[in-house]
Design a protein around this ligand. Structure first.
Ligand SMILES: Nc1ncnc2c1ncn2[C@@H]1O[C@H](COP(=O)(O)OP(=O)(O)OP(=O)(O)O)[C@@H](O)[C@H]1O
Ligand SMILES: [Mg+2]
Length: 287
């Protein structure tokens, strides 16, 4: 059997508590023995309340931080054992952040934002980069004239489209998205989720998708990981987990959003989002 694209084995990340000393009492166990696998082209949603360690997990997976203990494997190899391997992996693991107002450099045009990753990798000529940027703009539902505009003229949904486009320029095999739609208007969230799913079909990237909103998870995930205080309390296929949450914490999480609880099999099949056919491509107003 082929190795999963991503595997975490007993991943631990501690932080020194602000103002404390490095001792048990002053240590935040942001990740406390997290294990899971994510296969190529699939979507694993990570849910859990604020402070449960979701963004900490994202920072380990994107190799921005090094775990305190445990292993993070990509293609079966520990990414933290070998700096050269980590460097080779960086373009293959990209990130989409929650807030597209903060994550896009306001001094760069859309074209520059999209071409930058290619320029850093020195993979192609300026002309090829420009062509790749225009192509990607179209794929995320933006128009050619957007190429030379600055982020501030775009709406939130459009900015997130730009951030997604930028993340995909290097054709990553893994995209870590930390609450990518929770800063957007509810009406825009479905469009951006739909876009992410279409792009996954097209490019085949696996998603590690962090979310608060269970209707978002229900829509986008294949598998779900439920975190509580740095630990995984439950994980499994989305359908099983939504139909029969086993852990009391998962049950409580679901119960806290009662309108998402399926009362019948019929309802369970239906998304609490408008039907995909009715989603326009880029109707949110902007330039
Ligand atoms: N750099 C840091 N230094 C100290 N503590 C940290 C640091 N980063 C995170 N923490 C702590 O680690 C724990 C997990 O934080 P994390 O940001 O991963 O949670 P989260 O699940 O992403 O929460 P949210 O849903 O609010 O984004 C929290 O207790 C947080 O205060
Ligand atoms: Mg977070």
């Amino acid at each position: 059997m082929t190795a999963p694209l991503l595997e975490a084995r007993d991943l631990v990340r501690h932080y020194r508590a602000p103002g404390g000393y490095f001792r048990a009492r002053g240590t935040v166990r942001a990740l406390d023995g997290v294990s899971f696998t994510l296969h190529a082209g699939r979507t694993l949603a990570v849910v859990g309340e604020s402070g449960s360690g979701k963004s900490t997990l994202a920072r380990q997976v994107t190799m921005v931080e090094t775990p305190t203990a445990g292993e993070l494997r990509i293609d079966g190899r520990d990414v933290n054992a070998d700096a050269a391997y980590r460097k080779a992996l960086r373009p293959q693991v990209q990130m989409v952040f929650q807030n597209p107002y903060a994550s896009l450099n306001p001094r760069r045009t859309v074209g520059q934002l999209l071409e930058e990753p290619l320029a850093i990798q020195r993979r192609c000529t300026a002309r090829e980069r420009r062509h790749a940027a225009y192509t990607m703009l179209a794929k995320v539902g933006l128009r050619p004239e957007h190429y030379s505009r600055y982020p501030h003229v775009f709406s939130g949904g459009q900015r997130q489209r730009i951030a997604i486009a930028r993340a995909l320029m290097l054709r990553p095999r893994l995209v870590v998205a930390d609450e990518p739609v929770s800063a957007l208007d509810v009406s825009i969230q479905a469009q951006v989720l739909n876009l992410l799913m279409d792009l996954q079909q097209e490019f085949g990237a696996a998603y590690l998708f962090i979310a608060h909103n269970l209707s978002v998870v229900r829509h986008i995930a294949d598998d779900v990981l439920v975190m509580y205080r740095g630990k995984v309390v439950e994980q499994g296929r989305k359908h099983d987990l939504f139909a029969h949450p086993q852990h009391p914490y998962t049950q409580a999480l679901f119960a806290s959003t009662p309108r998402l609880r399926a009362r019948s099999h019929e309802e369970r099949q239906t998304l609490p989002l408008p039907a995909p056919e009715s989603w326009p491509l880029a109707p949110d107003s902007g330039p």
